[in-house]
Structures are given as structure tokens and as C-alpha cells.
Design a protein around this ligand. Sequence first.
Ligand code: 3PG
Length: 436
Amino acid sequence: MTSFSLNKVLISDSVDPSAIDILRQRNVSTDVKTGLSKEQLIETIRDYEALIVRSATTVTADVIKAAKHLKVIGRAGVGVDNIDVDAATKQGVIVINAPGGNTISAAELTCTMILSLSRHLTQADSVDPSAIDILRQRNVSTDVKTGLSKEQLIETIRDYEALIVRSATTVTADVIKAAKHLKVIGRAGVGVDNIDVDAATKQGVIVINAPGGNTISAAELTCTMILSLSRHLTQACASLKSGVWDRKSFSGNELLGKTLAIVGLGRIGREVATRMQAFGMKTIGFDPLVPADVSKTFDVESLPLEQIWPQADYITVHTPLIPQTKNLLNDTTLGQCKKGVRLINVARGGIIDEEALLRALQSGHVGGAGLDVYEEEPPKRNQLLSHPKVICTPHLGASTAEAQINVAKEIALQFLDLIDGKSVPGIVNPSVLKKQ
Ligand SMILES: O=C(O)[C@H](O)COP(=O)(O)O
């Protein structure tokens, strides 16, 4: 292999400073001149022996011809379609690229796109028709009435023995009191915080949920958020759609080697862990109900919360909203986190204190947040949602075709099991059955 000396290198695109450091440490004089027009590049290149570019600089035959001293063109990246390699070859100029350096970033962005494309809104608060089919096949008369006001629900519910809801219908004590014939409320989903379970229990009404049906969808949306935060996907997309070609502002970080903290290691937390491990993330976590030897089986290192905060690059929460988890991420705990930490909440609004989050985003301590759920839904804190480092979706964790079929079937089949006197896995208030 021929060896040669290089005395003057021009870098004409924004290339990481580590290239300059390496060259300067070997006393190679290196200048950075970005944003040159073709004419300026032709003028500038005359004195240089080497040129380093990314894809923004087009190295045409004219440029190469003008570069009388040029020995090598280095492409800090893979594609050399912006370099006239034939012209370089004819002039004896070597062209080299960096074939492996951005493999992980490109692969991760592809996965981010795949995940982002998979998440569109299905119909809000409507339950998949498979539930109706299952019930009607057993001659259970089933009506669908969505979008009812509280008063309309109170009026309507009087005649019914069972009610199926998602999270948009709030089943208050008034509603339950009015429902004289009500025997069972089915939540086609997991969280029952929109149902007054105490009032239901007092009135002998069974509440059941569909604990497993939307696990994968919630986990996948969490992964979508993590990936989108790492690559500024939604912001870059909005910027380009507005007509701006800005590559600099949206440079991201690889997930490989970063630490993901998962607070809540139930069904969803575990699925998130195994998926993000595939990206080479280290997974740590906390769940008072999951012992360390159990979390080890899915490669999550169990740690106390005070050790989690300073280690995590990303924190995702997968707990219910209960007194112990309300405002778990607050001014104090956020203050213990690494600068630039990114937070994801696809679980329940209120686990992250929204005001504290906004303050931490404004100060730059928190580097980004992916939010699907809010203290109040629809959310009123527009300052938080409109913060440039926040990506947000309107409670879409379970809004996939698959999850909706799963939860609808899970609820309808549990209704049939109740009719048949069988036990059901999703019963939220088992004490009601004991009374009967
Ligand atoms: O608790 C749940 O199951 C999720 O938050 C999904 O709620 P949804 O059924 O209203 O989409």
C-alpha cells in the first residue's frame, strides 16, 4: 500500500470534531469551512491535499480538476454518490468512506420509522366489534352508544345489566347508582381509574378488566417514544414538512450502550425491556413487587430508585397511578437524574409531575419527554405540550387494531364466563362475588 504525507486537510461539512483532533494530533493542518458554494469550494480546494465531506458537499469533476494538490477525498459516512469517483480516479485521487460508523444509527432510525408508522389513531373510546359478535352469538342483546354525556349515560344505563367502556367514559358513583339493573362493568383495557370501583363494589356490581390484551401495543408505543426521542423524529418531520432542510438541529444519539430505567416491571415493563435490549440498551429497573432474581430472568438489574435516577439516560414508567406513584418524578427526583435524561410516560398521567417536568425541560436538565397520558385528559398544559423537546400523543397506548380486538374479546369472553358461573381472571373487585 502506498504511503504518503498529508499536510493540509479541508473539512467542508459539519463533521464531528474528533476527526480534527485525530489529524491535529499528528500535526496535519486541518481547516473547517462549511457551507461553501461550488465556486467557493473550487477556489478553496486549490491549496488542500485532502478533503473530508459528508453528503452536503457535492464534489464534482470541476472541483476535483481545480484541486491540483488533492490526494484523497474522505467521505465521513457511507454513500459516495455526492463525489464524482470517476473524475477522482482519473486524476489519481483516492476516495475513501467510513463503511461501519453509522450502521447502528441508520438501523435505529429505520426501526424508529417502522414503529412510528405503525401507530395511527383508531376510533377513540369505541370498542372493537368482536366483543359485540361474541355477545350476540350467545343472544346477549348488545347496543353501542358512544359519546354520551354524563347525564345521557345516567339516563341510558338504567335499562342495562352490563356496561363496557374504555377510558373515555367516566363511570361515577351517580352513574352506578342510577343503574339499578347493573351487574357488571367491563373495562376493555387495563386501567380502571375512570370507574368508581368502590361505588360499584358497594352496589354489588362486578368490575372486570382485560389485563393482557394491550400489553404489546403499550410496550411498542413506549419503544416508539424512546426511539423518536433519540432521533428527534417528530420535530425533524415537522421541520422538513414546513419546507426547511435542517440536518444540524436534529442530530441525535444512538441507543446502543445507553441505560434505560424501567419503573414498574409488570407485563408492559418487561416487554419494553426485552425490546430495548435488542437495541443494545442496558436495562435497570424498580418494582417493589418483583424481586431481583425475577427481574434478572428478563435481564433487568433491580435497583432502589435513588440508584436508578443518576444512572438512567432514559426513564420509562409502567405503574398504575396510586398514592405511591403520584408525582414520582418531581423536582427532587428529577434533580437526582442525569442532565439530559429523557422521560417516557405511556402509563398514567400524574406519575410525572407536569409542572416539575416543564421546569426541568426549560432549564435543559431534562433533554426530552415522550408523553401519551396526562394529569388531565384532554390536557390543558399547552406550554408543556408545545415545548420543542416534548413529543406527545393523545392516549394511544392501546390504540392499535390488535390490542382493541384482544381487549374486546377478553371482556366479552369474561362476560360469558360470568354468565356460565365460571371464574374470570380480570375481576377487579372480587369481594363482590363473596357477597353473592
Ligand atoms: O388502561 C388502559 O388499558 C390504557 O390506558 C388504554 O386505555 P384506552 O382503552 O382508553 O385506550
